[in-house]
Design a protein around this ligand. Structure first.
Ligand SMILES: [Zn+2]
Length: 73
């Protein structure tokens, strides 16, 4: 995979990313596998991973302002 931003090489990394699900609700997903550019740090989430993220976001209690969830669970 090549970075759409700079053409650099994307490498698989495990990281924590925040997802804003409402203006006052942010969910941090830990240990998320993403593809990150080694050149400009732009990252890409694969479709299969994004589907799992959507599933996690659907399940989460959105009354919380900040929720931390592990991707692996
Ligand atoms: Zn890049």
């Amino acid at each position: 995979m090549i970075c759409h931003n700079c053409g650099g090489k994307l490498e698989k990394v495990i990281t924590d990313l925040p997802f804003k699900v409402r203006h006052d609700c942010i969910i941090i997903i830990k240990e998320l596998p993403v593809l990150q550019c080694q050149n400009c740090n732009e990252y890409l989430i694969e479709d299969s991973v994004m589907e799992n993220v959507d599933r996690i976001l659907d399940k989460i209690d959105r009354t919380a302002e900040l929720e931390i969830h592990s991707y692996a669970v």
